[in-house]
Design a protein around this ligand. Structure first.
Ligand SMILES: [Zn+2]
Length: 831
């Protein structure tokens, strides 16, 4: 994949002004290529030379201003142009390759019915895989798209449909958009349409998902309407891109992508089996997140990838906010506090940490690697803190001014800070310096001394890691929770505290007050920091946590508790005991799921081979108790069942559920739950290849195929492991998703002896995988295939050797460095 450097982009933007692209695609030929005829009209400095991104399979013809270009102008990655006029017309006719890695024009064949589906994904630098283009965010242009497709297909793009004649589709020109935002889907997609407030709405999914799309359309449209209305209340500029279409596409790398007028989601978001309410909440959040991008990212776009965070942090913040304020999922901030922030905190403490707003991203590859928990979750948490500090009115006024000043153009962090400063009357430069320009996280630790039953002194200790010593101002809530006579836990008082950027702040207002049973820093989750409870409060958590009514307060306590285990400050055994006590009475499904998932991950890596089986058994017991406690059909029932299936070693019980015996009332053993059971049986060596084949025969679907790949890779069988490993590292015909699912099943802490040779092979074989795969799917596969559960000094030595080898791929280096840092913590915690 060609990499574009920042300086190349700056230079090109100074030479070129793009008017429009007329892209004419012919998708009717068989084989691995499609025809792409493009006319690019652009202005340039007369006599200048420049280039476009262009990766053809072969070129039919190329002319610039009517003159044929020599074949050598196309280098395979770029199209070099010299002797430009002031006004130019480039005409290129070429065959381009379909992709199977989720970038460019991805082609998918549905095993359910043999239908073929395409979607286009050009982010971050893949536009050249579909058309010759000036592929950088600040060279916006109008796109006019025409498509010839098989007659039974549906085609949709950013622009509205103007005419259709059989397989010939013509679309209206778009507004000025960046190249990475040009979108297209094609195939026998099923469609459901509606309308809201003058905006045409549409939903698309594979024909095999038609029944599920129809069943879920009412909910999807309701969320879309609610979110649109809320954005229209907040923003002065109405939704600017005409229709609002949402497509659910197979093997999409991201959760979704914010193409103006045609958002594309991964089609796992149209589930065919039962899901929990928190999974529905996550989908609602993604819908709102992508819609937020219509203003932040699509209408006003970053000038260069330095400000990727501007896109993602805002969309993440507004996604949670709009979900909480406008939809039935009013606890969306609890999910954010538990799940999303943990993602940001982990990324922020790794060797690869970077500022939310890096001052200089050198090229597109580095930009892609910054596409992490820092750009999304930390950035959003920091914005939440900014809103707490500025006040909401000033925040929204500044945003609206920003949109109006830069609509259909590009803007930088400085532009945004200028607008917010003007609206609030506050100078934001100091705030931006510590929160956006400095990496890493502060720890806020409560320090309590008592005088009998009263506080003698309560202080907040703020610290930072030695290599990133910045302390920050924090505005936080401090909750005082007491245990009432009837056992319930009540909030006595919540202080609103402004902490200076100093190491120790005494909360004088608490001196002499009766000590609380639980003193909770960052109650309300306004700031971004690691939280540590005082000793007495920490000791009271097992008793108090189950009785704390406020789900957001519980999330803050859970997050602090899990984080203390991650850091090795608290033993994993203590966490498992807490889970056993608190999980069976937890009322929030999102908290149940996250506690089970996070604890399971820690048990697999932090508990040694002698202690892991017992810890896993306790985890299974916690899930089982919750399963027994909830009402049939409650979302927690499914969450508990999944947790139990994943942790139990009771194969007889699992086989019973598969056969329909002793299944809890209200729990449907549907297609995906059957596969989850079979997956666990595969890990435990209780299910063989034939049984997996038989299940796939029963469920010949996209999901079935992916599950089967994971199950096969998970079997403790030498031949199965070898086949899976070969597929992961060497089979580039395997699609992004099938390779990921194979990698996800490969490493199992139950199978360390069998897997021993593959620890070394990861480090010798992965560089080869990265020669044939690139981009986001390569990063996913390298991460999932890492021997994270082979926790040993030997693994760390191999990692160190790879990192020290010059010339290693940047993606692989980042994955290994970060995965190794996780292992460092696990080893330290094992002691
Ligand atoms: Zn986004």
């Amino acid at each position: 994949m060609p990499t574009l450097t920042r300086s190349e982009a700056v230079e090109r933007a100074s030479l070129v002004d793009v008017e429009d692209y007329h892209v004419d695609l012919d998708l009717t030929a068989s084989g691995d290529t499609f025809r792409s005829r493009t006319v690019v009209r652009f202005r340039a400095r007369a006599g200048a030379a420049t280039f476009l991104e262009f990766e053809p399979a072969d070129v039919v013809s190329m002319t610039l201003n009517g003159t044929p270009l020599p074949p050598s102008a196309s280098t395979g990655a770029r199209l070099e142009l010299t002797g430009l006029a002031e006004s130019n017309e480039l005409v290129v006719d070429a065959h381009m390759r379909y992709s199977n890695d989720g970038e460019g024009l991805h082609r998918y064949t549905d095993p359910a019915d043999g239908h073929t589906y395409l979607y286009q994904h050009l982010f971050i630098n893949n536009a050249g895989r579909v058309l010759p283009s000036f592929d950088q965010p600040d060279l916006k242009a109008v796109f006019r798209v025409s498509v010839t497709a098989p007659e039974d297909w549906l085609v949709a793009t950013n622009g509205a449909l103007v005419s259709r004649d059989g397989g010939r589709w013509e679309f209206a020109p778009t507004k000025r958009i960046s190249t990475y935002l040009a979108s297209l889907i094609a195939g026998p997609y099923h469609v459901v349409t509606a309308e809201h407030d003058g905006i045409p709405l549409a939903l698309y999914a594979r024909a095999a998902l038609a029944e599920h799309l129809e069943a879920q359309a009412a909910e999807l449209f309701e969320l879309t309407r609610q979110s649109l209305d809320r954005f229209h209340e907040m923003f002065r500029i109405r939704y600017p891109f005409g229709h609002y279409q949402q497509a659910f596409a197979p093997e999409f790398n991201f959760g979704a992508m914010e193409y103006p007028g045609l958002v594309v989601f991964r089609d796992e978001m149209i589930p065919r089996s039962a899901v929990t309410d928190s999974e529905r909440e996550r989908r609602a959040n993604v819908i709102a997140h992508e819609m937020a991008h219509m203003w932040f990212g699509d209408l006003v776009t970053m000038a260069w990838w330095d400000d990727l965070w501007l896109n993602e942090s805002f969309a993440e913040y507004l996604g949670s906010r709009v979900t909480a304020e406008a939809t039935r999922f009013s606890d969306a901030w609890t999910t954010f506090a538990m799940q999303r922030k943990a993602w940001g905190l982990r990324a922020d403490q790794r060797p690869s940490t970077h500022p939310v707003a890096p001052s200089r991203v050198g090229d597109t590859e580095e930009a892609l690697l910054n596409f992490d928990g820092i750009s999304y979750a930390k950035g959003a948490a920091v914005l939440k803190q900014l809103v707490a500090w500025l006040g909401d009115d000033a925040f929204l006024a500044g945003l609206n001014d920003h949109f109006e000043a830069h609509a259909y153009g590009n803007a930088t962090l400085a532009d945004l800070l200028g607008a917010l400063s003007k609206a609030s009357g506050r100078d934001l430069s100091g705030w931006a310096e510590v929160w956006l320009r400095q990496a890493q996280v502060n720890t806020l630790r409560a320090e309590v001394t008592r005088d009998g039953a009263n506080y003698a002194e309560v202080a907040v200790l703020q610290s930072a890691p030695a290599e990133h010593p910045t302390l920050r101002p924090h505005r936080i809530g401090v909750g005082l929770y007491d245990r009432a006579a009837d056992g319930s836990v009540v909030l006595r008082e919540r202080l609103d505290v402004e902490l200076e950027a100093v190491g120790r702040t005494v909360l004088t207002e608490l001196t002499g007050k009766p000590a609380a049973d639980l003193l909770l820093l960052n109650d309300g989750d306004l700031t971004y920091a690691k939280i540590r409870l005082d000793e007495d409060s920490a000791a009271a958590v097992p008793v108090l946590l189950p009785r704390l009514d406020d789900s957001l307060a519980r999330a803050v306590v859970w997050a602090a508790t899990l984080d203390a285990v991650v850091d090795g400050e608290r033993p994993i055994a203590e966490l498992v005991t807490l889970v056993l006590a608190a999980l069976p009475v937890e009322s929030e499904t999102a908290v149940v799921e996250d506690v089970l998932r996070a604890t399971r991950g820690l048990v697999d890596r932090y508990a040694g081979p002698e202690t892991r089986p017992a810890a896993l058994q306790l985890l299974a017991q916690a899930a089982d108790r919750l399963l027994a406690a909830v009402q049939p059909g409650d979302s927690r029932q499914l969450a508990a069942a999944r947790g139990l299936i994943g942790a139990t070693t009771d194969t007889a019980r699992l086989r019973g559920w598969l056969a329909g015996d002793n299944v809890p009332d209200g729990l449907a053993i549907d297609a995906d739950l059957r596969w989850l059971i079979l997956y666990r049986l595969s890990v435990l060596g209780s299910a063989g290849g034939e049984e997996i084949d038989a299940e796939l025969e029963r469920d010949r679907s996209a999901s079935g195929e992916q599950w089967a790949a994971a199950c096969r890779a998970a079997r403790p069988d030498a031949a199965a492991k070898e086949a899976a490993w070969t597929a992961i590292v060497g089979d580039s015909t395997l699609s992004n998703r099938l390779a990921e699912r194979t990698a996800s099943g490969f490493w199992q802490p139950e199978q360390l002896e069998l897997l021993e040779p593959y620890v070394e092979r990861y480090f010798t074989d992965m560089p080869e995988m990265l020669r044939t795969r690139s981009g986001m799917s390569a990063e996913h596969i390298a991460t999932m295939a890492y021997p994270s559960v082979a926790v040993s000094e030997r693994t760390r030595q191999l990692a160190a050797a790879l990192i020290a080898t010059p010339g290693r791929n940047q993606i692989l280096r980042r994955v290994v460095q970060d995965s190794d840092d996780d292992m460092r913590r696990a080893l330290a915690a094992r002691g």
